[in-house]
Write a protein that binds this ligand. Structure first.
Ligand code: NOJ
Length: 591
């Protein structure tokens, strides 16, 4: 290690110690190692930290796989574990360090796996436990870690625990779920399900209602019961022992309900299913959630595992709570707020990114997932869609934090929404049609090539492939150096090879610009990468505030320019075509 790097390491440690609420940054380790070498983030062993106190998950690119839709190895039209295993070379080449697989446990598939009927097995539709073990082992050989999706809020109504619980009022598992008497022949209170209708369903066997925040087939567990806590933590342990590197935790906001079941205040208007809007103060984000997060974290720490939260929050301060007051809850609560921005807008994105940066903690921005319209469709303008996808890729991969890509994002997959109610698979869409069309559109088969069914299956795919599969697929885009996929590969490689992008702080540039989002990433060793993204449909010329991050004489070397160029002899002045993207590295020593 050179002297300069040792010095850089000491500086980083000093800076981190001074950060008031620095999330992972506050954690130090005696065996800190500083390296400016290109690193494969997935290869960083679990439990080791670098000079900034960062662990493997701070550096890895995560990739979400919806197993039904990724790769089908047996021609039944539904993806499976062997299909995922067969694509590990592709994922490694892309630069992925961890894959999050949405639930693949036995399930009646009412909510496509989010209704789990056995937490310690694999649904035969996806394969066997032996297939899972093979996936873990082969992924390890590819430096890819496996993250499973844990559903703590509810089970399937076919889970043996619920079948026992509903069998009689005196069954020992009765209190594992939330059972109550009705009121004058009506449900116990006014709470409505996020999937439509009352959260209460009457069970004729015992004459009581059970509570379900989601579908009636997804009864909520009673997390106030210590036996439930123990049983669920044991399920997590089962998978840790099989080699999983962490969990994405589903629906953590709704783990607890007010024990007195007070009515929620009613808000004006109706929800998508025609029921009154409510302010969910009595069945969402109750403080007890944090006790469970701490328990799960303690267990995760035993295995050097990471916890990712499905944390829907209205603002940054709510999100901040999920890291824990002592950073002892989730290492990666997802910031899902960017997905609510309907269009690109430099001021709106800038404001949000700055707010998150100011809050401390390690950012986990999300731009797409299996519940949200794909970013390609959401942010596309119908004219510059590919260019916009490249802009989104650059922003997403180069912001500070850990990205969680959604499968197909890297090739510009778009939503393929059902046109007729009879074609809808997602019950949410069948129930809410036409106001709520469901989530089929963002769950269509991965587009591997331009053959029939996009190479996803030899059978009939469970959902029709997207309309752009002939042009937007892995095989075609791999051959094109200017494709969205080629840009993703390049930019992910850059993320891991540039120390400023791995560890560097975020510095806002040109904060008042209404069209161009510009920022720098700067590490303590004197390296800086600058990024300028034209979020408008018209050409822009921008003079970047390089003085904020470099000496006046600094020169920048272009790393990526798509629809952009710097003025000859003036690294700060950049011309950007509509949605143009510019990334450069400043070489000089910094102020
Ligand atoms: C969030 C999951 O992402 C979604 O797909 C599911 O329907 C609900 N939680 C219920 O588990």
């Amino acid at each position: 290690m050179t002297k300069a790097w040792v010095l850089a390491g000491i500086l980083v440690i000093a800076m981190c110690a001074l950060t008031p609420r620095g999330g992972a940054q506050q954690k130090q380790k005696k065996d800190a190692a500083v390296s400016g070498q290109k690193q494969d983030a997935g290869a960083q062993p679990k439990g080791t930290k670098d000079a900034a106190g960062h662990e493997w998950f701070n550096h890895a690119v995560f990739y979400e796989i919806y197993p039904r839709s990724f790769a089908d190895s047996n021609g039944d039209g539904v993806g499976d574990l062997k299909g995922i295993t067969s694509k590990l070379d592709y994922l490694q080449h892309l630069g992925v360090g961890a894959i999050w697989i949405t639930p693949c446990f036995p399930s009646p598939q009412v909510d496509f796996g989010y209704d789990v009927s056995d937490y310690e097995a694999i649904d035969p539709m996806y394969g066997t436990l032996a297939d899972f073990d093979e996936l873990v082992a082969k992924a390890k050989a590819h430096n890819i870690k496996i993250i499973l999706d844990f559903v703590p809020n509810h089970t399937s109504d076919q889970h043996k625990w619920f079948l026992e619980s509903k069998s009689s009022k005196t069954n020992p598992k009765r209190d594992w779920y939330i059972w109550r008497d009705g009121k004058d022949g009506k449900p116990p209170n006014n709470w409505t399900s996020t999937f439509g209708g009352s959260t209460w369903t009457l069970d004729p066997t015992t004459g009581q209602y059970y509570y379900h925040y989601f579908y009636a087939q997804q009864p909520d567990l009673n997390w106030r019961n210590p036996e439930v806590r123990k049983a669920m933590l044991d399920c997590m342990r089962f998978w840790y022992k099989r080699g999983v590197a962490g969990f994405r935790l589903d629906a953590v906001d709704t783990l607890f309900e007010d024990p007195d079941l007070k009515d929620n205040p009613i808000l004006p208007g109706l929800d998508k299913f025609g029921f009154p809007n409510e302010h969910e103060i009595y069945n969402k984000k109750l403080p007890e959630v944090h006790d469970v997060m701490r328990d799960m974290r303690k267990l995760a720490d035993e295995y050097d595992a990471v916890l990712i939260g499905e944390t829907w929050t209205a603002n940054v301060s709510e999100l901040r709570d999920y890291y824990g007051e002592k950073n002892d809850e989730l290492q990666m609560p997802m910031d899902l707020m960017l997905t609510q921005f309907p269009k690109l807008s430099a001021p709106q994105f800038r404001e949000h990114i700055t707010a998150l940066e100011d809050a401390g903690g390690w950012p986990v921005f999300v731009i797409s997932n299996h519940d949200i319209v794909r970013s390609y469709t959401r942010w596309g303008d119908g004219k510059n869609n590919d260019q916009i996808a490249k802009l989104a890729a650059t922003m997403y991969m180069l912001l500070r934090g850990t990205p969680i890509m959604y499968y197909g994002e890297e090739i510009g997959m778009e939503n393929n929404d059902p046109k007729r109610k009879e074609d809808v698979q997602d019950p949410q869409g069948r129930r809410g049609w036409p106001k709520e069309i469901g989530r089929d559109g963002e769950r269509t088969p991965m587009q591997w090539n331009d053959s029939a069914n996009a190479g996803f299956t030899t059978g009939k795919p469970w959902l029709p492939v997207g309309p752009n599969f002939k042009t937007h697929n892995v095989a075609t885009e791999s051959k094109d150096p200017n494709s969205i996929l080629s840009l993703y590969r390049k930019i992910i490689a850059l993320r891991s090879s540039e120390p400023a992008l791995r560890e560097g702080k975020y510095v806002e540039l040109n904060g008042g610009d209404p069209n161009v989002l510009a920022f720098a990433r700067q590490d303590f060793g004197g390296q800086t990468v600058i990024v300028a993204l034209n979020m408008s449909e018209s050409a822009q010329s921008v003079k970047l505030e390089l003085g904020k991050v470099a000496a006046p004489s600094a020169r920048a070397a272009t790393l990526i320019a798509v629809g952009a160029k710097a003025s000859p002899g003036d690294s700060a002045t950049i011309s950007l075509e509509p949605y143009g993207v510019y990334v450069a590295k400043i070489d000089s020593r910094l102020r």
